[in-house]
Design a protein around this ligand. Structure first.
Ligand code: DP6
Length: 338
């Protein structure tokens, strides 16, 4: 009889150059190379138990902020179980898997949890099944969940995930700089706590219909090089304007897709205006980026986060600010949830 249990904690990440659009959505092959910063505090912790002799169905549990477990919603459980099946096939094993997962950030924070969630699920399942894998293999396995951004959450620091150069390519994400190179802060101004109205998947499907999409792809190599250089040289004045340009373009493309997709709310614009004012009037080196949602990630170098946090918290449209920073990546622990 073989059994196994493993618990992994994996971080979320914030893209500085976004994955938006795919050449092949089935295989999760992105249209362009993306680059992200791995976070430290926004994490998913997942325990997986494997029982080779058990003929029963897989189970997926969510653990809330008070430690109480409840069965995952049908949609979430279906996606997770599909991934378990994929990993079981890869490991060439049979038997039941039980999963319990918890997010370190409030579940209603409106922060995407699929990157951290599928990274943690992949790591814990592979180990519970009694297999070992290199980081690049884990990145490929996490990507196969359908969440491309999950492939970037297997590494700490700053991470790149290539776009495919040839149809047969199978790109995994790799660290380009470690977290201690430049521990940038990410203050996440939460303005919306509900689930987003349009999934990233629908955004990837729709973006090719935007008249701006093709031009974006020609712009990206220059922008990517600026971001790399800004990071390498720890130069916020170089990095900041480019990541803002990039985030606004993601939303420009979403808004000009057919049908149009709007993620921003009036409070998003309020935070974006405040970030500009903090730069111009208060001299704070703060720059904004957004994923496919209304919340605004405000990046700043170490030493400026306290003041920026206080200014953002004071905005009427901001419910709260999650304070995070560049982190060192996933890890295993013994805080088993099952
Ligand atoms: C805007 O297809 O990875 O966050 O599975 O919902 O996390 P989820 O989405 P995914 O697309 C990510 C879109 C993005 C940009 C990015 O993270 O690169």
């Amino acid at each position: 009889m073989t059994t196994g249990r493993a618990t992994a904690s994996a971080p979320s990440n914030i893209a500085l150059i976004k994955y938006w659009g795919a050449r092949d959505l089935e295989r999760v092959l992105p249209s362009n190379r993306s680059l992200s910063m791995t976070l430290e505090r926004c994490r998913s912790t997942t325990t997986v138990c494997f029982d080779e002799d058990h003929p029963g169905a897989d189970e997926v549990w969510l653990v809330d902020d008070h430690g109480q477990s409840r069965p995952a919603s049908a949609a979430f459980a279906e996606r997770a179980v599909q991934h378990l099946e994929r990993l079981r096939r890869w490991a060439d094993r049979r038997g039941r898997l039980r999963v319990a997962t918890r997010n370190s950030f409030p579940s209603a924070a409106g922060i995407a949890s699929s990157a951290s969630g599928f990274a943690a699920l992949t790591l814990a399942t592979v180990r519970a099944l009694g297999r070992e894998a290199e980081t690049h293999q884990l990145s490929l396995l996490a990507r196969a969940s359908g969440s491309g951004s999950a492939s970037r959450s297997l590494e700490g620091g700053f991470v790149e995930w290539p776009g495919p150069a040839a149809p047969e390519d199978d790109p995994w994400a790799e660290q380009i700089l470690p977290s201690d190179h430049w521990p940038l802060h990410d203050l996440v101004a939460i303005v919306e706590t509900g689930p987003k109205a349009v999934s990233s998947l629908d955004g990837h499907r729709a973006c090719h219909s935007s008249p701006h999409f093709a031009r974006r792809l020609t712009e990206l190599p220059r922008r990517l090089e600026e971001v790399r250089r800004g990071l390498r040289e720890r130069d916020i004045e170089r990095l900041g304007p480019v990541i803002e340009e990039e985030a606004i373009e993601l939303h420009l493309i979403a808004m000009s897709s057919r049908p149009a997709i709007f993620y921003w709310t009036p409070a998003t614009l309020e935070v974006l205006a405040a970030v500009r004012n903090l730069r111009h009037d208060a001299g704070l080196p703060v720059y904004a980026t957004m994923d496919a949602g209304a919340n605004v990630h405000v990046l700043c170098p170490p030493g400026h986060d306290e003041e920026a946090d206080a200014r953002l918290e004071a905005l009427p449209g901001v419910r709260n600010v999650l304070r995070d920073h560049c982190g060192s990546g996933p890890r295993f622990n013994q805080d088993h949830l099952l």
